[in-house]
Design a protein around this ligand. Structure first.
Ligand code: FE2
Ligand code: FE2
Length: 209
């Protein structure tokens, strides 16, 4: 008897299930376009490349490919922050010295990237320079995520609109061909990206535009 369901019961259950699911979907949609989530996604992707680099032995033929990918990712990310994120939040942040510091750190990272572009992959300084860049960027990312992002979140800005603006600019940069050597964001080979990352927000959003 308990197994028999009336159509009414079924429809009520379906409705309850749909109601339960939709707020989560709405939250996922909101998170997708939130500028802080997008920037964090970028950070996580580069940190994964740093970890892969740490596991590599000297003389690994794929090292220069990985270094180039990371540098492209970082150049695009820095450009998006400097053109869109930092100027928008500067208006609302009381502690502007945090942004000054962040911009100085970007300059130092870009300087190391330029040095890497001039070095041959078999130069003993190549891996050392990338290691310094990785340390530098990880410090910078920690400050952004721990110091800047929480303040931006509290400033009650339209982070979704900012996220959309940032992704539109990213698309423009990638389509310009200046960065996307392989046609993937940041010049990444699609198959070299783990499936979980391939399905990540960033790639879906870029593809959708
Ligand atoms: Fe930054
Ligand atoms: Fe960042």
């Amino acid at each position: 008897m308990a197994s028999k369901r009336t159509p009414r019961t079924t429809s009520v259950r379906r409705k309850a299930h749909a109601t339960k699911r939709s707020p989560a979907r709405a939250a996922r949609t909101a998170r997708r376009a939130d500028v802080l989530a997008i920037l964090k996604d970028d950070h996580d992707r580069v940190k994964k490349l740093f970890r892969r680099f740490e596991r590599m032995k000297d003389g690994n033929a794929q090292m220069s490919q990985l270094v180039e990918q990371a540098c492209r990712e970082l150049e695009i990310h820095a450009m998006l922050e400097e053109e869109i994120f930092y100027p928008r939040i500067r208006e609302r942040m009381k502690e502007s010295e945090l942004l000054e510091e962040a911009e100085v750190e970007h300059e130092s990272a870009k300087h190391l990237i330029q040095q890497l572009k001039r070095l041959d992959a078999d130069d003993p300084k190549y891996a050392a320079t990338f290691s310094v860049l990785a340390e530098y960027v990880q410090h910078h990312v920690r400050e952004e995520e721990n110091e800047i992002f929480p303040r931006v979140r509290r400033a009650r800005m339209d982070l979704v609109a900012m996220g959309e603006e940032l992704q539109a600019r990213r698309k423009e940069l990638l389509e310009s061909g200046e960065f996307a050597a392989t046609g993937m964001p940041g010049g990444m080979e699609r198959e070299s990206i783990p499936r979980r990352d391939r399905d990540a927000t960033h790639y879906r959003d870029v593809a959708r535009h």
